[in-house]
Design a protein around this ligand. Structure first.
Ligand SMILES: [Zn+2]
Length: 191
């Protein structure tokens, strides 16, 4: 896949995310449904669908297949697996999160910015795979994540490196906070 198509793909995924965020999937895996929609939008792009949840067992292989990770996994343990492997392989991660009417996003460059474990050393004890979120919120954070990915891949603009963007759609407030590395971080403290 050329860089041109990678960027196009990311944009299309963001649009698809927006479209599918608020509708039922009729029992079909979200990813397959999304990719079918994607093919209708643009049959010229190359898509490789992998029907697996990320874990320590497959993280090395899956992260090894990409130039950049856009993380929107539901569970902390999945995110930790992806974060640890992306840091090990020195690959950038666009870290996206959402809940109800709120979203957060940051861009992780291993060795340069805080990683996920710097920000959240311990997993939440109450977080579950199913959680409430408005489709429009998932669409928004999908577009923001795609924009960050485009910026990192094409080296344009100023990605959210060392910054956390928080979005409160209930109040329509967007804030950007400086975030810092934990030099004792068990994942990235040594690099
Ligand atoms: Zn770290």
């Amino acid at each position: 896949m050329t860089n041109k198509y990678k960027i196009q793909y990311l944009f299309q995924i963001a649009v698809t995310f927006l479209k599918l965020g608020s509708i039922a999937f009729g029992g079909m895996p979200v990813m397959i449904s999304m990719l079918e929609q994607e093919f209708v939008f643009n049959p010229n792009i190359e898509i490789q669908a992998i029907g697996e949840n990320i874990s320590p067992d497959n993280a090395e292989r899956l992260v090894g297949m990409v130039d950049l990770v856009v993380d929107c996994a539901p569970l902390f343990q999945e995110r930790y697996s992806m974060n640890a492997e992306a840091v090990r392989q020195r690959k950038p991660i666009i870290e996206c999160a959402m809940y109800e009417l709120e979203a957060q996003i940051t861009t992780i460059i291993p060795g340069e910015t805080p990683c996920l474990s710097c920000l959240y050393p311990e997993p939440s004890s109450v977080w579950k795979r199913q959680f409430p979120v408005f489709g429009a919120v998932s669409g928004m954070v999908g577009c923001l994540g795609a924009m960050e990915a485009i910026k990192v891949l094409s080296q344009i603009g100023e990605p959210l490196k060392g910054s956390l963007l928080t979005c409160n759609l209930r109040e329509m407030t967007f804030r950007k906070f400086k975030i810092y590395r934990d030099h004792n971080c068990s994942v990235c403290g040594h690099i």
